[in-house]
Design a protein around this ligand. Structure first.
Ligand code: CP
Ligand code: NVA
Length: 305
């Protein structure tokens, strides 16, 4: 049976821990320039319906460094679901490639792609979630803290695809997760209930960011208007008043908290330039670790680890 990685919950807790250990090992091998080419003679199709910097670069570079070849298919190449049915593309691409990475609007298209593909499919973001990002994020937290005990992560901003992946992770690993968002911008209701019902992590929604961040180890934010919502950007700037991660909010943790953002950041909108540039900010470690976490995920899915 081929495996896919469309949600963090597609992996067990043990597999998530194994992925972090493998990411650490492969990261060291790449830093040491070891001759390690598990993907020799392998190809990966990367289907992008949306723009990207980190996802494209980290997947393409990572796969190349492990001996493989990655093919970038931009929004106008395949036009998935428009020029051609998702289920047809799934089977065609599977005939040429060993693995598929897809960044799509519709999460349902991602599910359909995986259903019809005969090779593993990795989710590089949909409107619903962004599992590779949050795997890289937790790996980054593990690197910085040395452990994941007594961890409080407070996300401040839009209850979007990033939050849904944090809530999925909370179903597998124990930590305290708070989403501080305006009332009309809550995370997916079903995902939130599932995270609560898993009974592993404490998960909360708050509408009071200054109070929510108290004792936070991590303060995390993301853009207020995601890809596909940019026409709402001005309206959202008004509705998200009070939810900016600025120096005052960081001070309200009362702790030496770390700042994280999946990037790209809109400076002086959801967070300030001063926070991004502060010593608390680990956003570039986080960006680098996309590559290492994804390499580990690909190695596991392709039966190389
Ligand atoms: N964080 C992230 O996924 O960045 P890109 O949209 O640039 O890929
Ligand atoms: N929520 C953002 C994440 C970008 C990496 C978006 O979907 O645009």
């Amino acid at each position: 049976m081929k495996r896919d990685f469309l949600h963090i919950t597609d992996f067990t807790a043990d597999e998530i821990h194994e992925t972090f250990a493998l990411a650490r090992e492969v990261k060291a091998r790449l830093k040491n320039r070891e001759d390690y080419k598990p993907f020799k003679d392998h190809t990966m199709a990367m289907i992008f319906a949306k723009p990207s910097a980190r996802t494209r670069i980290s997947f393409e570079t990572g796969f190349f460094r492990l001996g493989g070849h990655a093919i970038y298919l931009g929004p106008s190449d395949i036009s998935i679901g428009k020029r051609e049915a998702v289920k047809d593309i799934a089977r065609v691409v599977s005939r040429y490639n060993d693995v598929i990475m897809a960044r799509l609007f519709s999460h349902e298209h991602g599910l359909e792609l995986a259903q019809y593909a005969s090779v593993p499919v990795v989710n590089g973001l949909t409107d619903y979630n962004h599992p590779c990002q949050i795997m890289a994020d937790m790996f980054t937290i593990l690197e910085h803290r040395g452990h994941l005990n007594d961890l409080k992560v407070v996300y401040v901003g839009d209850g979007n695809n990033i939050v849904n992946s944090w809530l999925r992770l909370a179903q597998r690993l124990p930590f305290h997760f708070v989403c501080a968002c305006p009332e009309n911008y809550q995370p997916d209701a079903r995902t939130f209930v599932e995270a609560q019902q898993a009974g592993l992590s404490m998960v909360e929604v708050s509408h009071a960011p200054l109070a929510a961040v108290k004792d936070a180890d991590i303060v995390y934010t993301d853009v207020w208007a995601s890809m596909g919502q940019k026409e709402e950007a001005e309206k959202r700037k008004i509705e998200f008043q009070g939810f900016q991660v600025n120096d005052e909010l960081m001070a309200a943790t009362g702790k030496e908290s770390l700042f994280m953002h999946c990037l790209p950041v809109e400076r002086d909108v959801e967070t300030t330039d001063s926070v991004v540039e502060s010593p608390a900010s680990i956003v570039f470690d986080e960006a680098e670790n996309r590559m290492h976490a994804q390499n580990a995920i690909l190695l596991k899915l392709c039966g190389k680890a």
